[in-house]
Write a protein of this length. Structure first.
Length: 168
């Protein structure tokens, strides 16, 4: 193996779990998250020599995940729901890392753009400007989506805590 391929393989081994969690948080589906990560890694492999020299490989992978998720949500077949309502239920993932926390459940209830902005700003700790560039929206839009998303998360998480206490 060439040196750049070895470095790419090491990057994939080290960063794939985090990239998968980021993708899941954006789209809410583990299978789709895996597809997004695969797309990002394939594109990253092509651009690896240039990006690795600049140290921008992780930012590039995140950007591809976000953009691929946006592209997928625009495809007509993504708007269709398979099966008969209430009869086809997804199989639960049996990986401990796939367990949904209160926060992830609450994030999934946010509108898609608010979820993306909150994840990029507060999970990945990107600045307003970096988030703006990643999503292709203005900084003002990032700020308003962040504000609305955090307010909605506060309400959702407070409601879940009250509900879990009353069920005890």
């Amino acid at each position: 193996m060439r040196r750049s391929e070895t470095e790419f393989a090491a990057f994939v081994v080290a960063r794939r779990p985090q990239l998968r969690r980021i993708a899941y948080t954006l789209c809410g589906d583990w299978h789709q998250a895996e597809d997004l990560v695969q797309t990002a890694l394939a594109k990253l492999y092509v651009a690896w020599p240039r990006l690795h020299k600049a140290g921008a490989e992780e930012a590039y992978a995140r950007r591809i995940i976000v953009r691929a998720n946006i592209d997928e949500s625009r495809r007509p077949w993504r708007r269709e729901r398979p099966g008969v309502e209430h009869h086809d239920r997804p199989v639960a993932a049996d990986h401990s890392e796939d367990d949904r926390s209160e926060l992830v459940r609450a994030l999934q209830q946010l509108p898609p753009m608010q979820r993306k902005v909150v994840v990029l700003r507060h999970w990945l700790d990107l600045s307003v400007e970096e988030t703006s560039r990643e999503l292709g929206i203005s900084t003002g839009t990032v700020k308003s989506h962040t504000s609305r998303g955090l307010a909605a998360l506060h309400v959702l998480l407070s409601a879940e805590r009250v509900e879990s206490r009353s069920n005890r």
